[in-house]
Ligand binder design. Structure first.
Ligand code: NAP
Length: 281
């Protein structure tokens, strides 16, 4: 029987040092970390993430400024909002909630964020530095996934890892982080042939697709570590990509949805913002 990875507990443990850092700052009379979130439009998934980010920031003593712009706004206004936050000394981190409504030039808007405030690591500067192995901000979900894998105590070095999904925000960065940890990594996507066979060879399987039950019992290796990043709503319930209850009996560790990866992403966001204040980047 596999062990569910308690993402909330891993996140709470991780937050202890961060909370101490923030408390010490505030005790010295310095301002708390401040993250500005920009949402253009009313994407339901983004509204859910904002609520979660705001709750965790408030628990950790981090100021969270939520800016919601009407989707009919001109692109220039979105860029101006970012320019103002880039200049604002009291804003330490900026996140742009994705996806943006289709009419906007996402790349242009993301890259308007000053790279030293780009705490979700999405600008070209941070991406370039990341893949070159230089100090930079790394997308939060990907970092959180690695912390969850490490929390199981398994050795990543030398293991076969398979990542389902090749997005810039999850699939590609998590694959790169696994390579950095000396795993041998295969990235799969919607055009991958023999998906079952490839997944079945994985000691570590990370699924970031967003489709319920895309990972079934016959696709996992006995004793594998499975990280389910997917987030969908099925019959009014939050579910991941993995057929969780069937797979649980076969693997060594698995993240549930909810209660797995979701708690780690905002934790890494706060970690990155604290790094801005420490002048790490
Ligand atoms: P995305 O940009 O839509 O990417 C999904 C990826 O899955 C694509 O690369 C796609 O392949 C691939 N794919 C689609 N169908 C597939 C299939 N049948 N088999 C294998 N691969 C398939 O999504 P994302 O932004 O990476 O997010 C992925 C999921 O993670 C979503 O459910 C999202 O809500 C969730 N998420 C959770 C958190 C969290 O903190 N918990 C954070 C971020 C995202 P192609 O490239 O060929 O289209």
């Amino acid at each position: 029987m596999g062990v569910p990875i308690d993402g909330k507990k891993v996140a709470m443990d991780y937050r202890k040092n961060l909370k101490e850092f923030i408390k010490k700052r505030v005790d010295k009379g310095l301002e708390p970390p401040c993250i500005a979130s920009i949402l253009v439009g009313s994407d339901k998934g983004s509204l859910f993430y904002i609520k979660n980010q705001s709750k965790i920031c408030s628990e950790m003593g981090v100021e969270f400024k939520s800016i919601i712009l009407n989707e009919n706004i001109a692109e220039e206004e979105v860029l101006k909002t970012i320019d103002n936050l880039n200049k604002d000394k009291n804003t330490h981190g900026i996140i742009l909630q994705l996806p943006l409504p289709k009419k906007f030039n996402g790349e242009k808007i993301i890259n308007r964020i000053y790279y030293k405030k780009d705490v979700d690591g999405l600008t070209d500067i941070n991406s370039g530095k990341f893949y070159k192995g230089e100090k930079c901000f790394i997308p939060c979900t990907a970092q959180g996934i690695i912390e969850l894998i490490k929390s199981t105590g398994i050795k990543i070095c030398g293991k076969k890892a398979v990542v389902l999904g090749r997005s810039t925000i999850v699939g590609k960065p998590v694959a790169q982080l696994l390579v950095n940890e000396d795993a041998t990594v295969t990235i799969c996507h919607s055009k991958t042939e023999n998906l079952e066979k490839i997944c079945k060879e994985a000691d570590i399987l990370v699924s970031a697709v967003g489709k319920p039950k895309v990972v079934t019992l016959d696709m996992v290796k006995k004793g594998a570590v499975v990280i389910d990043v997917g987030f969908s709503v099925e019959n009014g319930k939050m579910v991941g990509d993995v057929d969780y209850y069937n797979v649980l009996g076969k693997v060594s560790f698995i993240t549930p949805v909810p209660g797995g990866v979701g708690s780690m992403t905002p934790t890494m966001l706060v970690k990155n913002t604290c790094e801005v204040l420490k002048g790490c980047i």
